[in-house]
Design a protein. Structure first.
Lengths: 261, 279, 326
């Protein structure tokens, strides 16, 4: 949690030969890749390429069948998700896993859980340290709310928001954990053009604030627009990697996508 | 032993619906008591009573699914569990209403005293228990592996929406699973009553121990259930010599807890299924 | 906590406080107070169970067992060893906490129905132990002559004294739990209940929290057990069997799982129902309980509290952080 990278060229995330097997299906077949620090890294590929599985492995929902994942030079593969979150990796979900019956601001406050520690006794008996902490939680949550532009919705029930705002809320919640790496799983899914544009702008602001972004996305316009580097997966394997301009012209990439259609 | 049959009952419903039916033990109880009714009150021969009880309990299973479970299909896991618990209590209460609190006995299926077998005396009824269990397991395995209905039922548990889309009538499959499960439980109940009597509140403990066998053998695995049932039965009889009768009951339960904690996939299940149990 | 929450809290406290005067006109005053003492004891259990079921989303069928652990620990240590009942209470609670912790750590890795069965099995095992260990517990014929509690030398034997004692404890516990729920812990619990995976991914240690809530529910049940012991001064394993665990679950469900007030309401209601109106059914009480449970589970999963709040046109009763200041 304390490891700050002094060498700015060191990758923030290293994937060493990641293999993920579920019964008869091998979703990831020996993937190795280094994610550079401070960029927006897109992960694309046809359906079934293993992109979401990769995110699940990084965030700890799945333990890779073999291989190691290093975050800031420390191994995280095999740790439970809440520990990984505490280490500085946060994420959103493809199907928007918000706490729908809680309010917008409460959702974001949950994100602060790993940075605070009052337990049952402290909260039940209202120790002074807990009150201070609670105030800080609210302040931080409010600032994240403002960062994404949802201040007006603070006390609305999360489930009542339109999809575009829900996606943004999920990102705010993830940001509340003070991550150094954030995984966005298909954030543009179901959004119209205007919403996607705003999303792209938000993603860039997140990166500018010092958080490395990994992005799984099907919307190629968005990907080309915001990414610094693209990783292409195909059937769980590494296919290509490089800057957007280069990737879109690679024959093997085009073939992988065309082959899918 | 009967635990195997009860376990199989759990497995059938679980295989099709992923629900654990807490009322499974009550099906066993009802089977025994229905048979008692047929034999004692209606003076029917035991063989007829056997099938009569199975059919009667099957109807109860039918009613349970049709009127209760169907309403609750979208409910949370929590609610479903509570609902099956509620039904089991209702069945127990109704049984008490109909049959009173006394234990009942059935005549053994075949006459004759204990058969001597290599130094041990075995009740002929025990052989019936084993025989019926084996027969049921064989029939079920064939059903689920070979017949189209069986495979359809398995598909429902795996992915109900996909199953529905391929034209499998999921509702009917669920109904069938409950009826089948009730029938199996009933068979167990009838077959065990001559040996160890049957009364209205035996259901809960039997159900619990049967669940222990189901988990020990791996939820959904029929062969596992059979083996686990045998193991559980043997363990219990073994300990009966050393422990008081109260603690004997605890043996199966302790094994259940141990199985749940250390090997939730059971001895024969897949560890993949167990992974789903995390989080 | 909002002003509305405080209002309900103080209002209910007031109501409970003046209840003995309210029932004075009726002949069976001490009888009603007696029932309310039990209701108070059971409410302690329900609060814990409500936190577990409604907020952590877990099922425990072992509350009667923890109730029994508290009760018998108090009973045995005070009769066998002559220890002060007040000092013994924490012992029962500690034992329950340890047991719940040991049980919870492996069990709470499992999903929904597995924990229910695990606690079911555990509950039955405890009941068996209580019945079998005749030397310690007196077995099915029970244990008697348990001393009552004393405060500053005065023996608490009257219903009315016990009434205030128990309900004071209830309100203290309620306050504690409300404060916990209106905090980071409460939010984390609700998060776990709604979307466990997401909560985990946001850094909430779900397994650990679930165990903590389970332990809390066990401790509260044990505390209730101690109060029970010193009130009835006679123990018998029949009060701690599976049917009781189910009764406690019913109390929580009738009132409303997601609300501590629901737990209180449901418990008081069901205690009265159980004592007064179901007497008619005698043995068929089981049938009635099963029917009520089924109806509630099918048609009223959020309990009576949801009906009440709908009736007043307000949102479903749940901890609100509208102004956020505590």
């Amino acid at each position: 949690m304390t490891g700050t990278i002094t060498d700015s060229s060191a990758p923030i995330l290293e994937l060493h030969d990641i293999r993920m097997q579920f019964g008869g299906i091998t979703a990831l077949k020996g993937l190795s890749y280094d994610v550079p620090l401070g960029i927006i890294q897109a992960v694309i590929g046809p359906n079934g390429a293993g992109k979401t599985t990769l995110f699940h492995c990084i965030s700890g929902l799945h333990q890779p069948t073999s291989g190691r994942i290093l975050f800031e030079k420390r191994q995280i593969s095999g740790q439970p998700p809440h520990r990984i979150a505490g280490s500085g990796i946060s994420r959103t979900f493809q199907h928007v896993a918000l706490f729908k019956s809680m309010t917008v601001i409460e959702n974001i406050m949950v994100g602060r859980h790993c940075r605070t520690h009052s337990g049952f006794w402290a909260t039940g008996l209202r120790f002074p340290g807990m009150r201070t902490e609670e105030r800080q939680i609210q302040e931080k949550a409010a600032s994240h709310l403002e960062f994404v532009g949802l201040e007006d919705a603070a006390h609305l029930q999360a489930g009542t928001l339109p999809l575009g705002k829900q996606k943004i809320l999920e990102m705010a919640r993830a940001l509340a954990t003070d991550p150094r790496l954030i995984l966005l799983d298909e954030p543009a899914g179901g959004l119209n053009m205007r919403e996607t544009e705003e999303l792209g702008e938000l993603i860039q602001r997140i990166c500018q604030s010092g958080v490395t972004v990994m992005l799984v996305e099907h919307d190629m316009n968005l990907v080309m627009e915001v990414s610094d580097r693209i990783l292409v997966l195909h059937y769980g394997e590494f296919l290509a990697a490089g800057p957007p301009g280069e990737i879109k012209d690679r024959p093997e990439v085009i073939e992988a996508y065309l082959g899918e259609q | 032993m009967i635990y195997a049959l009860v376990a199989i009952g759990y497995n059938v419903i679980y295989n099709v619906t992923e629900i654990i039916n807490f009322a499974q033990g009550e099906f066993v109880m009802l089977g025994g008591l229905f048979a008692v009714f047929f034999v004692g009150t209606l003076r029917l021969p035991v063989g007829v009573a056997f099938f009569g009880a199975i059919i009667a309990t099957g109807c109860v299973g039918f009613a349970m699914e049709r009127f209760v479970i169907r309403r609750a299909r979208d409910a949370s896991v929590l609610s479903l569990i509570i609902i099956t618990i509620a039904v089991s209590i209702l069945l127990k209460g109704t049984a008490m209403f109909c049959w009173g609190k006394d234990p009942y006995v059935l005549p053994a299926f075949s006459p004759g005293g204990p058969i001597l077998f290599g130094g041990a005396a075995i009740q002929p009824q025990a052989l019936w228990v084993l025989g019926v269990s084996a027969l049921i397991v064989i029939c079920l395995t064939l059903f689920f592996r070979r017949s189209i209905y069986g495979k359809a039922m398995l598909a429902c548990a795996d992915n109900p929406s996909a199953a529905r889309m391929t034209g499998i009538p999921v509702r009917q499959m669920v109904l069938l699973s409950f009826v089948l499960s009730a029938a199996i439980g009933a068979a167990a109940g009838v077959v065990i009553t001559p040996i160890s009597l049957m009364e209205y509140d035996r259901g809960a403990l039997l159900g619990l121990k049967g669940f222990g066998a189901a988990v020990l053998g791996g939820l959904g695995e029929f062969h596992g259930a059979l083996m686990a049932g045998a193991i559980l039965g043997l363990a219990e009889s073994f300990c009966a010599g050393y422990l008081s009768s109260g603690y004997k009951d605890a043996v199966a339960l302790v094994l259940l807890l141990l199985a749940l904690f250390f090997k939730p996939e059971g001895l024969f299940g897949s560890s993949e299924a167990a992974k789903l149990k995390e989080f | 906590m909002s002003r509305k929450d405080w209002g309900i809290f103080l209002g209910t406290m007031l109501l409970i406080g003046i209840f003995p005067w309210l029932v004075k006109p009726f002949k069976a005053v001490s009888h009603y107070i007696d029932i309310m003492v039990f209701a108070g004891i059971f409410t302690l259990i329900s609060i814990g169970l409500s936190m577990l079921m409604g907020y952590a989303g877990q099922i425990s069928m072992a509350q009667a067992a923890f109730f029994g652990i508290g009760a018998y620990t108090s009973g045995i240590l005070t009769t066998r060893f002559g220890l002060n009942p007040w000092l013994v209470m924490p012992a029962g609670m500690l034992l329950a906490a340890v047991v719940a912790w040991l049980l919870g750590i492996p069990a709470l890795r499992l999903k929904g129905h597995y924990l229910a069965m695990a606690t079911l099995g555990f509950g039955v095992i405890v009941h068996i132990v209580l019945s079998e260990e005749v030397n310690w517990t007196g077995g099915p014929s029970g244990m008697a002559d348990i001393p009552s509690l004393t405060i500053a030398g005065a023996r608490l034997t009257s219903e009315i004294a016990y009434y205030y004692l128990v309900w004071a404890a209830v309100f203290l516990v309620l306050l504690f739990c409300f404060l916990v729920l209106h905090s980071r812990v409460g939010r984390a619990l609700r998060a776990i209940h709604e979307e466990q995976t997401a909560a985990e991914a946001m850094g909430v240690p779900t397994a650990r929290l679930k165990v903590q809530v389970f332990v809390l529910s066990a401790v509260l049940a044990a505390l209730a057990g101690s109060f029970y012991t010193h009130y009835v001064t006679f123990l018998n394993p029949g009060s701690f069997n599976l049917m009781w665990s189910i009764r406690f679950m019913l109390m929580v469900m009738v009132g409303g799982m997601q609300s501590l007030w629901g737990a209180l309401l449901g418990t008081v209601l069901m205690t009265f129902v159980g004592n007064e109106w179901l007497q008619v059914f005698a043995d068929f009480e089981i049938l009635a309980y099963g029917a009520i449970l089924l109806v509630v589970a099918l048609f009223l999963p959020r309990g009576l509290v949801s009906l009440i709040s709908q009736g007043f046109g307000s949102r479903k009763v749940r901890p609100s952080l509208a102004d956020g200041s505590s």
